[in-house]
Design a protein around this ligand. Sequence first.
Ligand code: C2E
Ligand code: CA
Ligand code: CA
Ligand code: CA
Length: 278
Amino acid sequence: RQVYTSVGANPANPAAAPSPPELSHRLRQLQTALANDEFELFYQPQATLADDQLLGVEALIRWRSPSQGLIPPAEFIPLAERSGFIIELGEWVIRAACQQIKQWQALGLPPLSVCVNLSSLQFARPDLISRINNILAEIGIAPKYLGIELTESVLVQNVDTTMAHLQALRRLGMLISIDDFGTGYASLGYLQHFPFDILKIDHCFVQHVHTNPTNGAITTAMIQMAHSLGLMVVAEGVETTDELAYLKAQGCDAIQGYLLSQPLPASQFIQWLRRRQR
Ligand code: C2E
Ligand code: CA
Ligand code: CA
Ligand code: CA
């Protein structure tokens, strides 16, 4: 398991919420961290259930602070979103993921698609597509190797921009996943309406799916519904072989979770991949 250093806001304890001066101090820290190249992407693999093939990897950001240690996204993404800094940080994420794809290709690894998480603020920008295109061209990789993950919040805001962007990304050949499905406000109708490739079932439904009847029923229904709409299903946060067996029996397509691997720094991910290939 990863060990994180806890700093800053504690969402579980509103009494400990930082005051505005602390927040602007924190935002300056984030800006400095970006300038000092302290952010890092970790990579977590996804594997198919039918034949245990590597489907792709999700890129997950961390802040490796020299003074505070490894800081998880939950401790800075919310402020980055509230302040708008996520636009800049999100662009860094896309570029870093593309550079990693390029590096892995240069090492002769089998072609891997890397999915990045886009925030709704990024997705609302009219220049999103040209920015992504510029990065792909600058680094020199095909769009099909870059995927994006969106949460439901993107869909309920700004339907027209969202639809136009999704269609453009689809035309580029990028994989589009709907993340954390079932935890937000989007209805099933959204799934039919927008051009997604993959539905990701949130960890909260996957947890103890084999013994928790509610989670079992929800997960089974989501898999059936996604399949009837032609979407592939990835279950997130799979931690046990019991959960895996249940998901496989229900026809889930792929899994991601600690059972397979926790998110790893790029160098460790390559070692994981090589161990697996042997
Ligand atoms: P997410 O997109 O739902 O990412 C999955 C989270 O589940 C990750 O947490 C991952 O480490 C964790 N996870 C994976 N397998 C397991 C498991 O088996 N059990 C459990 N309990 N957890 C598992 P992480 O890396 O801390 O990221 C948290 C959230 O921060 C992400 O949730 C995503 O919403 C956000 N985030 C991460 N990177 C980025 C980024 O580059 N941009 C944006 N906008 N958001 C990001
Ligand atoms: Ca995600
Ligand atoms: Ca998720
Ligand atoms: Ca989540």
